[in-house]
Design a protein around this ligand. Sequence first.
Ligand code: COA
Length: 389
Amino acid sequence: MTKATVVGVGMTKFGVHDQTLPELFADAAFPALDDAGVAQDELDAFYFGNAMSGLSENETHLAPKVATHLGMTGVPFQRFEDACATSANAFKNAVQAVEAGVHDTVLVGGVERCTPETGRDTPEMTRIFASASHRQYEQPAGLTFPGVFALLTKRHMHEYGTTEEQLAEVAVKNHYHGSMNDRAHFGGEKTVEEVLDGPVVADPFRLMDCCPFSDGASAVVVTSEDLAGSFDAEGVDVTGNGHGVDAVPLGDKDSLPETKAARDAAREAYDEAGVTANDVDFAEVHDCFTGAEVLATEALGLFEDGEGGPAAAEGRSRLGGETPVNPSGGLKAKGHPIGATGTAQITELTEQLRGEAGERQVEDARTGVAHNLGGDSGTTVVTVMEERE
Ligand code: COA
Protein backbone atom coordinates (compact mmCIF):
# COMPACT_ATOMS: atom_id res chain seq x y z
CA MET A 1 0.00 0.00 0.00
CA THR A 2 1.15 3.50 -0.77
CA LYS A 3 0.59 6.44 1.60
CA ALA A 4 -1.62 9.39 0.75
CA THR A 5 -0.36 12.97 0.57
CA VAL A 6 -2.24 16.27 0.37
CA VAL A 7 -0.78 18.40 -2.44
CA GLY A 8 -3.38 21.15 -2.81
CA VAL A 9 -5.74 23.06 -0.53
CA GLY A 10 -8.30 25.83 -0.94
CA MET A 11 -11.16 27.31 1.01
CA THR A 12 -13.50 30.28 0.84
CA LYS A 13 -13.91 32.73 3.64
CA PHE A 14 -16.51 31.30 6.02
CA GLY A 15 -19.37 33.72 6.60
CA VAL A 16 -22.32 34.85 4.53
CA HIS A 17 -22.41 34.01 0.80
CA ASP A 18 -25.18 34.50 -1.74
CA GLN A 19 -23.87 32.14 -4.45
CA THR A 20 -25.33 28.78 -5.42
CA LEU A 21 -23.70 25.70 -3.89
CA PRO A 22 -21.77 24.76 -7.09
CA GLU A 23 -20.51 28.36 -7.45
CA LEU A 24 -19.43 28.50 -3.83
CA PHE A 25 -17.67 25.14 -4.03
CA ALA A 26 -15.80 26.26 -7.16
CA ASP A 27 -14.31 29.14 -5.14
CA ALA A 28 -12.57 26.56 -2.96
CA ALA A 29 -11.91 23.86 -5.59
CA PHE A 30 -10.12 26.01 -8.18
CA PRO A 31 -7.64 27.44 -5.64
CA ALA A 32 -6.96 23.85 -4.45
CA LEU A 33 -6.30 22.70 -8.03
CA ASP A 34 -4.11 25.78 -8.68
CA ASP A 35 -2.19 25.12 -5.47
CA ALA A 36 -1.44 21.57 -6.64
CA GLY A 37 -0.84 22.64 -10.23
CA VAL A 38 -3.30 20.07 -11.54
CA ALA A 39 -6.11 20.38 -14.09
CA GLN A 40 -9.57 18.85 -13.83
CA ASP A 41 -8.78 16.26 -16.54
CA GLU A 42 -5.83 14.97 -14.50
CA LEU A 43 -8.08 13.94 -11.60
CA ASP A 44 -9.28 10.34 -11.17
CA ALA A 45 -12.25 10.93 -8.87
CA PHE A 46 -14.25 13.54 -6.93
CA TYR A 47 -15.36 12.81 -3.35
CA PHE A 48 -17.83 15.48 -2.31
CA GLY A 49 -19.46 16.35 1.01
CA ASN A 50 -22.71 18.15 1.75
CA ALA A 51 -24.95 17.44 4.71
CA MET A 52 -28.14 19.44 4.65
CA SER A 53 -28.91 20.79 1.17
CA GLY A 54 -31.81 18.40 0.59
CA LEU A 55 -33.59 20.13 3.49
CA SER A 56 -32.08 23.61 3.38
CA GLU A 57 -31.94 24.29 -0.38
CA ASN A 58 -34.08 21.59 -2.03
CA GLU A 59 -30.92 20.28 -3.72
CA THR A 60 -30.05 16.58 -3.90
CA HIS A 61 -27.83 14.58 -6.25
CA LEU A 62 -25.36 17.41 -5.90
CA ALA A 63 -22.07 15.69 -6.80
CA PRO A 64 -22.73 15.57 -10.57
CA LYS A 65 -24.14 19.11 -10.54
CA VAL A 66 -21.06 20.46 -8.76
CA ALA A 67 -18.71 18.40 -10.96
CA THR A 68 -20.41 19.69 -14.10
CA HIS A 69 -19.97 23.27 -12.88
CA LEU A 70 -16.27 22.54 -12.31
CA GLY A 71 -15.92 21.19 -15.85
CA MET A 72 -15.25 17.66 -14.61
CA THR A 73 -17.01 14.75 -16.20
CA GLY A 74 -15.95 11.22 -17.01
CA VAL A 75 -14.55 10.38 -13.57
CA PRO A 76 -16.52 8.90 -10.67
CA PHE A 77 -18.00 11.47 -8.34
CA GLN A 78 -19.90 10.64 -5.18
CA ARG A 79 -21.53 12.46 -2.32
CA PHE A 80 -20.99 11.81 1.41
CA GLU A 81 -23.30 12.77 4.29
CA ASP A 82 -22.35 12.25 7.91
CA ALA A 83 -23.81 15.38 9.56
CA CYS A 84 -20.95 17.65 10.68
CA ALA A 85 -18.34 14.93 9.90
CA THR A 86 -19.38 14.90 6.24
CA SER A 87 -16.21 16.04 4.47
CA ALA A 88 -13.86 14.33 6.97
CA ASN A 89 -15.57 11.10 5.97
CA ALA A 90 -15.23 11.96 2.26
CA PHE A 91 -11.54 12.67 2.92
CA LYS A 92 -11.03 9.39 4.78
CA ASN A 93 -12.57 7.47 1.90
CA ALA A 94 -10.44 9.31 -0.66
CA VAL A 95 -7.28 8.60 1.36
CA GLN A 96 -8.17 4.90 1.56
CA ALA A 97 -8.89 4.78 -2.19
CA VAL A 98 -5.47 6.31 -2.92
CA GLU A 99 -3.73 4.01 -0.43
CA ALA A 100 -5.38 0.99 -2.03
CA GLY A 101 -4.38 2.09 -5.52
CA VAL A 102 -7.99 2.53 -6.67
CA HIS A 103 -7.37 6.17 -7.64
CA ASP A 104 -4.15 8.15 -8.10
CA THR A 105 -5.37 11.71 -7.55
CA VAL A 106 -8.68 12.76 -6.01
CA LEU A 107 -10.41 16.09 -5.42
CA VAL A 108 -12.17 16.05 -2.02
CA GLY A 109 -14.18 18.76 -0.35
CA GLY A 110 -17.46 20.05 0.93
CA VAL A 111 -19.84 22.98 0.78
CA GLU A 112 -22.80 24.18 2.82
CA ARG A 113 -24.94 27.26 3.24
CA CYS A 114 -26.56 27.71 6.65
CA THR A 115 -27.13 31.47 7.05
CA PRO A 116 -30.39 33.34 6.41
CA GLU A 117 -29.12 33.77 2.79
CA THR A 118 -30.75 30.35 2.27
CA GLY A 119 -34.10 31.85 3.23
CA ARG A 120 -34.01 29.95 6.55
CA ASP A 121 -33.70 31.86 9.83
CA THR A 122 -32.09 30.56 13.05
CA PRO A 123 -35.12 28.61 14.36
CA GLU A 124 -35.71 26.97 10.98
CA MET A 125 -32.04 26.07 10.47
CA THR A 126 -31.90 24.76 14.06
CA ARG A 127 -34.82 22.46 13.22
CA ILE A 128 -33.06 21.28 10.03
CA PHE A 129 -29.82 20.56 11.92
CA ALA A 130 -31.83 18.59 14.48
CA SER A 131 -32.62 16.10 11.69
CA ALA A 132 -29.27 14.55 12.73
CA SER A 133 -30.72 13.62 16.13
CA HIS A 134 -32.96 10.62 16.75
CA ARG A 135 -36.25 10.93 14.85
CA GLN A 136 -38.46 9.15 17.41
CA TYR A 137 -36.72 9.67 20.77
CA GLU A 138 -35.03 13.10 20.52
CA GLN A 139 -36.73 15.27 17.90
CA PRO A 140 -40.22 15.05 19.47
CA ALA A 141 -38.68 16.15 22.81
CA GLY A 142 -37.37 19.30 21.12
CA LEU A 143 -33.70 18.40 21.50
CA THR A 144 -31.50 20.68 19.35
CA PHE A 145 -27.72 20.61 18.89
CA PRO A 146 -26.99 23.37 21.41
CA GLY A 147 -29.06 21.17 23.78
CA VAL A 148 -27.17 17.97 22.91
CA PHE A 149 -23.76 19.52 23.65
CA ALA A 150 -25.11 21.30 26.72
CA LEU A 151 -26.10 17.89 28.13
CA LEU A 152 -22.66 16.40 27.39
CA THR A 153 -20.95 19.43 28.93
CA LYS A 154 -23.19 19.57 32.02
CA ARG A 155 -22.25 15.97 32.76
CA HIS A 156 -18.55 16.85 32.34
CA MET A 157 -18.99 19.79 34.74
CA HIS A 158 -20.67 17.45 37.24
CA GLU A 159 -17.95 14.78 37.01
CA TYR A 160 -14.85 17.01 36.85
CA GLY A 161 -15.83 20.43 38.17
CA THR A 162 -15.35 22.19 34.81
CA THR A 163 -16.60 25.78 35.16
CA GLU A 164 -18.40 28.29 32.95
CA GLU A 165 -15.32 30.53 33.22
CA GLN A 166 -13.15 27.74 31.78
CA LEU A 167 -15.62 27.29 28.91
CA ALA A 168 -15.49 31.04 28.29
CA GLU A 169 -11.68 30.81 28.11
CA VAL A 170 -12.08 28.40 25.17
CA ALA A 171 -14.21 30.99 23.35
CA VAL A 172 -11.74 33.79 24.14
CA LYS A 173 -8.81 31.69 22.86
CA ASN A 174 -10.55 30.70 19.64
CA HIS A 175 -11.70 34.24 18.91
CA TYR A 176 -8.08 35.37 19.48
CA HIS A 177 -6.84 32.72 17.02
CA GLY A 178 -9.64 33.63 14.59
CA SER A 179 -8.62 37.29 14.72
CA MET A 180 -5.46 36.23 12.82
CA ASN A 181 -7.39 34.29 10.17
CA ASP A 182 -8.83 36.40 7.36
CA ARG A 183 -11.07 33.47 6.31
CA ALA A 184 -12.79 33.36 9.73
CA HIS A 185 -16.47 34.24 10.06
CA PHE A 186 -15.87 36.00 13.39
CA GLY A 187 -12.51 37.44 14.32
CA GLY A 188 -12.40 40.07 16.99
CA GLU A 189 -10.97 39.47 20.39
CA LYS A 190 -13.38 38.80 23.29
CA THR A 191 -12.98 38.79 27.05
CA VAL A 192 -14.20 36.19 29.55
CA GLU A 193 -16.55 38.86 30.98
CA GLU A 194 -18.07 39.51 27.52
CA VAL A 195 -18.67 35.78 27.01
CA LEU A 196 -20.25 35.39 30.47
CA ASP A 197 -22.45 38.46 29.89
CA GLY A 198 -24.01 36.96 26.74
CA PRO A 199 -27.55 35.59 26.56
CA VAL A 200 -28.04 31.92 27.47
CA VAL A 201 -28.66 29.69 24.42
CA ALA A 202 -28.72 26.29 26.20
CA ASP A 203 -27.37 26.19 29.76
CA PRO A 204 -24.35 26.29 30.27
CA PHE A 205 -23.79 27.81 26.81
CA ARG A 206 -24.16 31.51 26.10
CA LEU A 207 -24.08 33.13 22.66
CA MET A 208 -20.26 33.22 22.53
CA ASP A 209 -19.97 29.56 23.56
CA CYS A 210 -21.66 28.59 20.27
CA CYS A 211 -20.33 28.30 16.74
CA PRO A 212 -22.30 30.40 14.25
CA PHE A 213 -24.35 29.33 11.26
CA SER A 214 -21.97 29.88 8.31
CA ASP A 215 -21.78 29.48 4.55
CA GLY A 216 -18.55 28.25 2.98
CA ALA A 217 -16.58 25.63 1.08
CA SER A 218 -13.23 23.86 1.32
CA ALA A 219 -11.36 21.47 -0.97
CA VAL A 220 -8.14 19.47 -1.01
CA VAL A 221 -6.24 17.39 -3.58
CA VAL A 222 -5.05 13.96 -2.39
CA THR A 223 -2.52 11.86 -4.27
CA SER A 224 -0.14 8.98 -3.58
CA GLU A 225 3.22 9.67 -1.94
CA ASP A 226 4.94 8.27 -5.04
CA LEU A 227 3.35 10.95 -7.23
CA ALA A 228 3.55 13.79 -4.70
CA GLY A 229 6.82 15.14 -6.07
CA SER A 230 5.25 15.84 -9.48
CA PHE A 231 2.87 18.53 -8.13
CA ASP A 232 3.60 22.22 -7.63
CA ALA A 233 2.95 22.46 -3.90
CA GLU A 234 4.76 20.85 -0.99
CA GLY A 235 2.94 17.64 0.01
CA VAL A 236 1.86 16.87 3.56
CA ASP A 237 1.50 13.18 4.45
CA VAL A 238 -1.67 11.62 5.83
CA THR A 239 -0.15 9.09 8.23
CA GLY A 240 -3.20 8.02 10.24
CA ASN A 241 -6.96 7.93 9.88
CA GLY A 242 -9.50 6.67 12.41
CA HIS A 243 -13.27 6.43 12.15
CA GLY A 244 -15.12 5.89 15.44
CA VAL A 245 -18.83 5.41 16.01
CA ASP A 246 -21.23 5.39 18.96
CA ALA A 247 -24.90 4.73 19.65
CA VAL A 248 -27.66 7.24 18.85
CA PRO A 249 -29.73 8.49 20.73
CA LEU A 250 -27.79 9.98 23.63
CA GLY A 251 -29.61 7.73 26.09
CA ASP A 252 -28.01 4.66 24.50
CA LYS A 253 -24.43 5.83 25.08
CA ASP A 254 -22.45 4.28 27.94
CA SER A 255 -20.89 7.60 28.91
CA LEU A 256 -21.65 11.15 27.79
CA PRO A 257 -18.45 13.14 28.45
CA GLU A 258 -16.20 10.29 27.32
CA THR A 259 -17.17 10.71 23.61
CA LYS A 260 -16.26 7.09 22.85
CA ALA A 261 -16.28 7.56 19.06
CA ALA A 262 -13.50 10.15 19.36
CA ARG A 263 -11.40 7.94 21.64
CA ASP A 264 -11.75 4.96 19.28
CA ALA A 265 -10.99 7.10 16.23
CA ALA A 266 -7.94 8.67 17.92
CA ARG A 267 -6.56 5.27 18.96
CA GLU A 268 -6.97 3.95 15.40
CA ALA A 269 -5.39 7.05 13.83
CA TYR A 270 -2.45 7.21 16.29
CA ASP A 271 -1.77 3.46 15.87
CA GLU A 272 -1.75 3.74 12.09
CA ALA A 273 0.58 6.75 12.24
CA GLY A 274 2.78 5.14 14.91
CA VAL A 275 2.47 8.21 17.15
CA THR A 276 1.02 8.98 20.58
CA ALA A 277 -0.79 12.05 21.85
CA ASN A 278 2.59 13.25 23.17
CA ASP A 279 3.84 13.59 19.58
CA VAL A 280 1.00 15.92 18.56
CA ASP A 281 2.21 19.52 18.06
CA PHE A 282 -1.25 21.05 17.49
CA ALA A 283 -4.85 20.05 16.80
CA GLU A 284 -7.91 21.28 14.96
CA VAL A 285 -10.90 19.95 16.91
CA HIS A 286 -14.66 20.10 16.51
CA ASP A 287 -15.52 22.95 18.89
CA CYS A 288 -19.12 23.44 17.77
CA PHE A 289 -19.58 24.59 21.37
CA THR A 290 -16.87 25.44 23.89
CA GLY A 291 -17.67 22.34 25.93
CA ALA A 292 -17.18 20.19 22.83
CA GLU A 293 -13.56 21.39 22.60
CA VAL A 294 -12.93 20.42 26.23
CA LEU A 295 -14.31 16.92 25.58
CA ALA A 296 -12.35 16.58 22.32
CA THR A 297 -8.98 17.57 23.77
CA GLU A 298 -9.42 14.94 26.49
CA ALA A 299 -10.63 12.25 24.05
CA LEU A 300 -7.57 12.88 21.87
CA GLY A 301 -5.35 12.46 24.94
CA LEU A 302 -3.94 15.99 24.63
CA PHE A 303 -4.97 16.65 28.24
CA GLU A 304 -5.95 14.25 31.02
CA ASP A 305 -9.68 13.67 31.64
CA GLY A 306 -10.97 16.64 33.59
CA GLU A 307 -7.99 18.80 32.58
CA GLY A 308 -9.43 20.20 29.32
CA GLY A 309 -11.10 23.17 31.03
CA PRO A 310 -8.15 24.09 33.30
CA ALA A 311 -5.77 23.66 30.32
CA ALA A 312 -7.72 26.27 28.34
CA ALA A 313 -7.81 28.65 31.32
CA GLU A 314 -4.04 28.27 31.87
CA GLY A 315 -3.23 29.02 28.21
CA ARG A 316 -1.89 25.51 27.56
CA SER A 317 -4.05 25.20 24.40
CA ARG A 318 -3.35 28.73 23.15
CA LEU A 319 -0.86 29.55 20.38
CA GLY A 320 2.52 29.55 22.10
CA GLY A 321 1.20 27.10 24.75
CA GLU A 322 2.00 23.43 25.27
CA THR A 323 -0.37 22.11 22.53
CA PRO A 324 -2.18 24.80 20.52
CA VAL A 325 -5.78 23.80 19.80
CA ASN A 326 -7.73 25.33 16.92
CA PRO A 327 -5.12 27.79 15.66
CA SER A 328 -7.56 28.54 12.80
CA GLY A 329 -10.12 29.89 15.29
CA GLY A 330 -12.00 26.58 15.16
CA LEU A 331 -15.68 26.26 14.41
CA LYS A 332 -16.31 28.79 17.18
CA ALA A 333 -14.67 31.73 15.41
CA LYS A 334 -13.78 30.51 11.92
CA GLY A 335 -17.35 29.27 11.45
CA HIS A 336 -19.11 26.00 10.73
CA PRO A 337 -20.62 25.44 7.27
CA ILE A 338 -21.36 21.81 8.18
CA GLY A 339 -20.26 19.91 5.04
CA ALA A 340 -17.18 22.12 4.55
CA THR A 341 -15.76 21.83 8.07
CA GLY A 342 -13.83 18.52 7.77
CA THR A 343 -11.72 19.49 4.77
CA ALA A 344 -11.28 23.01 6.17
CA GLN A 345 -9.54 21.36 9.14
CA ILE A 346 -7.34 19.41 6.67
CA THR A 347 -6.58 22.72 4.92
CA GLU A 348 -5.42 24.26 8.22
CA LEU A 349 -3.28 21.21 9.06
CA THR A 350 -1.69 21.34 5.61
CA GLU A 351 -0.91 25.05 5.78
CA GLN A 352 0.48 24.74 9.32
CA LEU A 353 2.66 21.75 8.40
CA ARG A 354 3.97 23.58 5.33
CA GLY A 355 4.81 26.53 7.59
CA GLU A 356 2.42 28.79 5.64
CA ALA A 357 0.00 29.86 8.41
CA GLY A 358 1.42 33.36 8.80
CA GLU A 359 0.65 35.14 12.06
CA ARG A 360 -1.02 32.08 13.58
CA GLN A 361 1.78 29.66 12.66
CA VAL A 362 2.37 26.99 15.31
CA GLU A 363 6.07 26.93 16.12
CA ASP A 364 7.92 23.77 15.00
CA ALA A 365 4.71 22.15 13.70
CA ARG A 366 5.58 18.65 12.50
CA THR A 367 2.56 16.54 13.51
CA GLY A 368 -1.04 17.79 13.48
CA VAL A 369 -4.35 16.13 14.29
CA ALA A 370 -7.86 16.88 13.02
CA HIS A 371 -10.99 15.79 14.94
CA ASN A 372 -14.34 16.16 13.14
CA LEU A 373 -17.49 14.80 14.73
CA GLY A 374 -20.94 14.22 13.34
CA GLY A 375 -24.29 14.55 15.13
CA ASP A 376 -24.20 13.85 18.86
CA SER A 377 -20.73 12.26 18.38
CA GLY A 378 -22.31 9.16 16.83
CA THR A 379 -19.52 9.54 14.21
CA THR A 380 -16.00 10.92 14.65
CA VAL A 381 -13.13 10.98 12.16
CA VAL A 382 -9.60 11.66 13.42
CA THR A 383 -6.74 12.34 10.99
CA VAL A 384 -3.01 12.53 11.70
CA MET A 385 -0.89 14.50 9.23
CA GLU A 386 2.88 14.93 9.27
CA GLU A 387 5.43 17.11 7.58
CA ARG A 388 7.15 15.24 4.72
CA GLU A 389 10.65 13.94 5.53
N1 COA B 1 -20.23 33.71 17.73
C1 COA B 1 -20.00 35.03 17.78
N2 COA B 1 -20.92 35.97 17.43
C2 COA B 1 -22.09 35.53 17.01
C3 COA B 1 -22.41 34.18 16.93
C4 COA B 1 -21.43 33.26 17.31
N3 COA B 1 -21.69 31.96 17.30
N4 COA B 1 -23.66 34.05 16.46
C5 COA B 1 -24.13 35.29 16.26
N5 COA B 1 -23.20 36.19 16.59
C6 COA B 1 -23.36 37.62 16.62
C7 COA B 1 -24.00 38.14 15.35
O1 COA B 1 -23.06 38.65 14.44
C8 COA B 1 -24.88 39.26 15.89
O2 COA B 1 -24.06 40.40 16.15
P1 COA B 1 -24.64 41.88 15.90
O3 COA B 1 -25.83 41.99 16.84
O4 COA B 1 -23.48 42.75 16.29
O5 COA B 1 -24.99 41.92 14.46
C9 COA B 1 -25.35 38.76 17.23
O6 COA B 1 -24.31 37.86 17.67
C10 COA B 1 -26.69 38.05 17.19
O7 COA B 1 -26.68 37.20 16.08
P2 COA B 1 -27.93 36.40 15.55
O8 COA B 1 -27.50 35.70 14.29
O9 COA B 1 -29.13 37.27 15.56
O10 COA B 1 -28.08 35.31 16.69
P3 COA B 1 -29.09 34.14 16.75
O11 COA B 1 -29.71 34.20 18.10
O12 COA B 1 -29.99 34.08 15.57
O13 COA B 1 -28.14 32.83 16.68
C11 COA B 1 -26.97 31.18 17.92
C12 COA B 1 -27.08 32.66 17.61
C13 COA B 1 -25.75 30.97 18.82
C14 COA B 1 -28.23 30.67 18.65
C15 COA B 1 -26.81 30.38 16.59
O14 COA B 1 -25.69 30.88 15.90
C16 COA B 1 -26.63 28.89 16.84
O15 COA B 1 -27.60 28.18 17.11
N6 COA B 1 -25.39 28.34 16.71
C17 COA B 1 -25.17 26.92 16.82
C18 COA B 1 -25.30 26.26 15.46
C19 COA B 1 -25.25 24.76 15.56
O16 COA B 1 -25.96 24.15 16.35
N7 COA B 1 -24.41 24.12 14.75
C20 COA B 1 -24.26 22.69 14.76
C21 COA B 1 -23.32 22.31 15.81
S1 COA B 1 -23.19 20.57 16.03
